[in-house]
Write a protein that binds this ligand. Structure first.
Ligand code: SAM
Ligand code: DTB
Ligand code: SF4
Length: 350
């Protein structure tokens, strides 16, 4: 294993333009074990083949139905099983959702994500959800929803309404999964992803780190995602937000460099996907954000709140972008440029 890690970085990973779906756990373990600088250099090298290294996509997130969820996800403040003091809110009126979407347009976001604390959507809620998708798209925003498990028919209904992305996370490795959730299986999650993909929507799927899992579980999560028949277009990497009242409230800190390694390995395994620095940013300083962007993260949730927990203020994110020479991505890049944008060379010449 060590001899692999000491090869030059460009020998260590994929050949140019190669997108693979057959990563072994051992190969991924080797990436995690690389010297930190080699791993980051490799991740950044791969990143530049597919993306402008100085652009980060920004999405706004809105909770359209909050709390009272019947599931038992051990990390989640919205499960009805844990006393987290959360105020329960029923499905939001369409006009209130659109007010927030207009504010997102004004703040420069290009994607608007709506999340509901459901195990899966009820048929009676579908017309309201469909109207939200249509309204958000009419404002020129890309739309994303995360509503829990979907049947094939529900996925098709959302695709038909124009929903661009569906978020459904695998959360962790198949082996660790049972320690975190018992009310739905890993296979249930894979089936929802399959329904989303076959309905023609884009897939957003990732997981959470810092839940007490081992490195082999972080490798296992990324292996599952990278070996899907098509890579998810977006891969959110959440750092656990420890919420009082949940079973994971006293979980130990994850080594920050291990978090950065996870981002870098995700970037290498899924070179053309947006890797999203998701929950947990409130606990990360500017240096940590900068390292995550260097490791290949190129998407964030933007705005003061995630679903129920705080997020850095938008102006703090923009101030950091400015200091790092990063611009918000204007639109989703279907096929990324082979070379950095002209902006990259302008910045380099300064
Ligand atoms: N109820 C739906 C579901 O679980 O599929 C959608 C909403 S759920 C809140 C979306 C995702 O948020 C979860 O899959 C999990 O990855 C993430 N999440 C929830 N609570 C979190 C926490 N405390 N820290 C980090 N990520 C969290
Ligand atoms: C995802 O992977 N992270 C977002 C989004 N998908 C919907 C949610 C993070 C939630 C963090 C805890 C909260 O704010 O309730
Ligand atoms: Fe419910 Fe989703 Fe939270 Fe699990 S993660 S308890 S399904 S809202």
């Amino acid at each position: 294993m060590h001899s692999f890690a000491t090869k030059t970085a460009s020998q260590a990973v994929t050949t140019r333009e190669e997108i693979r779906h057959n990563w072994s756990r051992q190969e991924i373990a080797v990436l995690f074990a690389m010297p930190f600088n080699d791993l980051l250099f490799e991740a950044q090298t791969v990143h530049r083949r597919y993306f402008d290294p100085n652009q980060v996509q920004v999405s706004t997130l809105l909770s359209i139905k909050t709390g009272a969820c019947p599931e038992d996800c051990a990390y989640c403040p919205q499960s009805t099983r844990y006393d987290t003091g959360l105020e329960v809110e029923k499905l939001m009126e369409i006009e209130r959702v659109l007010e927030q979407a207009r504010a997102a347009v004004a703040s420069g976001a290009t994607r608007f994500c709506m999340g509901a604390a459901w195990r899966s959507p009820k048929q009676r809620d579908m017309p309201q959800v469909v109207a939200m998708v249509k309204g958000v798209r009419a404002l020129g925003l890309e739309s994303c929803m995360t509503l829990g498990m979907l049947t094939q028919a529900q996925a098709e209904e959302l695709a038909e309404a124009g929903l661009d992305y569906y978020n459904h996370n695998l959360d962790t490795s198949p082996e660790f999964y049972g320690d975190i959730i018992t009310t739905r299986t890993y296979q249930d999650r894979l089936e929802t992803l399959d329904h989303v993909r076959s309905s023609g929507m884009k897939v957003c799927s990732g997981g959470i780190v810092g839940m007490g899992e081992q490195q082999v579980d972080r490798a296992g999560l990324l292996q599952q995602l990278a070996n899907l028949p098509e890579h998810p277009e977006s891969v959110p990497i959440n750092m656990l937000v420890r919420v009082k009242g949940t079973p994971l409230e006293n979980e130990d800190d994850l080594d920050p460099f291990e978090f950065i390694r996870t981002i870098a390995v995700a970037r290498i395994l899924m070179p053309a996907s947006h890797v999203r620095l998701s929950a947990g940013r409130e606990e990360m300083n500017e240096q940590m954000h900068a390292l995550a962007y260097f490791a290949g993260a190129n998407s964030i949730f933007y705005g003061e709140k995630l679903l129920t927990t705080p997020n850095p203020r938008a102006n703090a994110d923009m101030a950091l972008f400015e200091r790092l020479g990063i611009e918000p991505e204007r639109r989703h890049v279907e096929k990324a440029p082979a070379m950095p944008s002209p902006h990259f060379y302008d910045a380099a010449a300064r």
